[in-house]
Design a protein around this ligand. Structure first.
Ligand code: ADP
Ligand code: MG
Length: 578
């Protein structure tokens, strides 16, 4: 249970503020995360890491000399937004380009990917290396689909040391990719974790049982078995990892035994002793191991073992000195403090394009967003529970954060006299910014695209509505790249769009077409229960997901239904207009 907070919604931000207050010699706060508070030599590559909060020491605890230049810190277990990643990378950049590195999760991939595009477009060369160490999350043949857990540390450490050694972006990227290929992890959980303010844990493990193959976002494990003895557990972890040894593995290996939150150090040490013996029995030489909390999940009871298979250069960068709040190795000359005033210069808020013409219709758009908000509020808990079955349980709170921020931004923009396009652009940007997660990036892009397509007009026709619905579809598919049958919101979106354009073509009004489209979306969302997920966090847990509909598809159907009803009342009272 997470007990210490004033407002659970402010937990991640306030915890980060306090972390910075306790570590000012290492880090400074920027909008979106933290950066080093010390000088980085000009021309160095900046390693920018990040992910959801709740995983300390990952990610902010690893910012400092010899490791990361900055960390983008999302909400609890939710990816940082593209805006956060972008701002942290800008504040971290020292002229040598940026390497983004983070665990492979759909939401992070979307947001970091958008930030990378923006950085590159601005002339800051930016690359990405995903961490994919978790052997339980996909078979070896699909290694690129594996998620990242405690193996983050080896990839970050090697990349950070290479950057601090002055290597260029190509080299730092090459070494990070190699470190990832040489890193394999396997985790187990004994009990779930509880998000601040939540009444129940994200998942539970039955008394006397252990869940094998957990993720770090509270995703449940892949199988359950009776609680083993420490010796049996050591055997399970070492045996599993040795079976998945990378082709290039030598005989020198770094074991990292990571506690996920509430396993005591004494227990970790006890287990480590047995692991060390098993590795030695397998003819391996143990190099500079780690045993402690390195990537946690709030109060989760669980642990993971990582094996990092060394070669000469990986060993050199693993052993290189580092000095960060949570990870220190060797001795480094103290770096001069950075002039932090340059970080506090805020960019002024974007000036709204004056477009009074469609402010009335912009009000209708604000109304539609409020309807979506009411729907999300009503179903927040149910959506969270649905996501907890095979995902990470955050779909309800993520949608809530996103839609609340979207409504607030839309109202502000509308009050300032903006037209429909700007109102929806502001809403979309804030939705993606505040929601985190995959769905936040997708909904944010969708809302923005609808606004861009509709533009600011005095009135709209059926053809405008059809174009807007198509823009919604293209934005979600263009960014998420999911296909029909992948078990995502796209499985509700495609029937929605097809039904809408079909009904409109056959002479139905916009309101009637929307009603039919919403019904098609709801039916299709229910039907996703029979599908097996191929995208997103639910993918490693395909079996658990069978029989339950996809949360993103369900929320899409619910919102479509709410907006259809809204447009109907609108059409009935003031004639067909949008
Ligand atoms: P996260 O998966 O990052 O925790 P959410 O829980 O808010 O984010 O959203 C999960 C939903 O996002 C899924 O149920 C699915 O509908 C949708 N989703 C995941 N990946 C994709 C994708 N690539 N394209 C479209 N929708 C996706
Ligand atoms: Mg989720």
């Amino acid at each position: 249970m997470t007990k210490i907070f004033d407002d659970p919604a402010a937990f991640a931000d306030e915890a980060l503020d306090g972390f910075v207050a306790a570590n000012r010699q290492y880090v400074a706060r920027v909008d979106g995360g933290v950066v080093r508070s010390t000088e980085t030599p000009a021309g160095q590559v900046a390693l920018v890491i990040g992910g959801g909060s709740g995983h300390y020491p990952a990610f902010a605890g690893l910012v400092g000399s010899g490791l990361a230049a900055g960390s983008a810190c999302g909400n609890m277990f939710a990816s940082p937004s593209a805006g956060q990643v972008y701002r942290v990378a800008k504040a971290s950049s020292a002229g040598g380009g940026v390497l983004l590195s983070y665990g492979n999760y759909a939401g992070d991939v979307l947001h970091f990917g958008q930030a990378q595009e923006k950085l590159n477009a601005e002339g800051i060369p930016t690359r990405t290396v995903l961490v994919t160490d978790d052997i339980a999350s996909a078979p070896l043949e699909e290694i690129e689909k594996r998620r990242g857990i405690a193996g983050d540390l080896t990839v970050f450490k090697v990349a950070g040391a290479a950057a601090d050694a002055g290597l260029d972006l190509d080299e730092v990227e090459r070494l990070a990719i190699k470190a990832n290929h040489h890193t394999r992890s396997l985790g187990v959980a004994f009990a779930g974790c509880t998000l601040p303010g939540a009444g129940e844990p994200l998942f539970t493990v039955p008394e006397g049982m252990m869940s094998v193959g957990l993720g770090i976002h509270g995703e449940p494990g892949i199988s359950e078995q009776p609680l083993p003895t420490a010796s049996e557990l050591a055997q399970l972890l070492v045996g599993g990892l040795l079976k998945d040894k990378p082709d290039a593995a030598g005989t020198r290996v770094v074991p990292i035994l990571n506690g996920l939150g509430t396993v005591k150090y004494d227990e970790l040490f006890l287990l480590f002793g047995k692991i060390e013996k098993l590795l030695a029995d397998a003819g391996l030489e143990i190099i500079e191991p780690e045993c402690g909390e390195l990537v946690t999940s709030l109060d989760m009871s669980g642990l993971s073992l990582t094996l990092f298979w060394l070669d000469e250069e990986l060993e050199r960068f693993w052993a290189a000195p580092a000095d960060t709040p949570a990870f220190r190795k060797g001795n480094l000359a103290t770096r001069p403090a950075r002039n932090l005033s340059e970080l506090t210069e805020q960019e002024s808020a974007p000036v709204l394009a004056a477009s009074a013409a469609s402010t009335g219709l912009a009000g209708t758009a604000v109304g539609a967003l409020k309807v979506a908000q009411a729907v999300v509020v009503e179903h927040e808990e149910a959506l969270g529970k649905l996501d907890a079955i095979a995902g990470d349980g955050d779909h309800g709170i993520g949608m809530r954060r996103g839609v609340d921020a979207a409504v607030a931004a839309a109202e502000k923009s509308h009050a300032a006299g903006a037209g429909l396009e700007e109102v929806l652009a502001a809403a979309g940007e804030q939705w993606a910014e505040r929601a985190g997660g995959t769905s936040g990036a997708l909904w944010g892009a969708a809302v923005t695209a609808v606004g861009r397509t509709l533009g600011n007009k005095e009135s709209y026709t059926g053809a405008d509505a059809a174009a807007a619905v198509e823009a919604l579809r293209d934005a979600i598919i263009g960014l998420g790249k999911a296909e029909a049958g992948d078990k995502t919101m796209v499985d509700a979106l495609l029937p929605f769009t097809a039904e809408f354009t079909g009904a409109l073509d056959s002479g139905a009004s916009v309101a009637e077409s929307l009603r039919a489209a919403a019904a098609a979306a709801a039916t299709a969302a229910e039907a996703t229960a029979e599908l097996s997920p191929k995208k997103g966090r639910a993918r490693p847990l395909a079996e658990k997901s069978l029989g339950h509909p996809d949360p993103g598809a369900v929320s899409f159907g619910l919102i479509a239904d709410g907006v259809a009803a809204y447009v109907e009342t609108f059409a009935n009272t003031s004639g067909e207009r949008s």
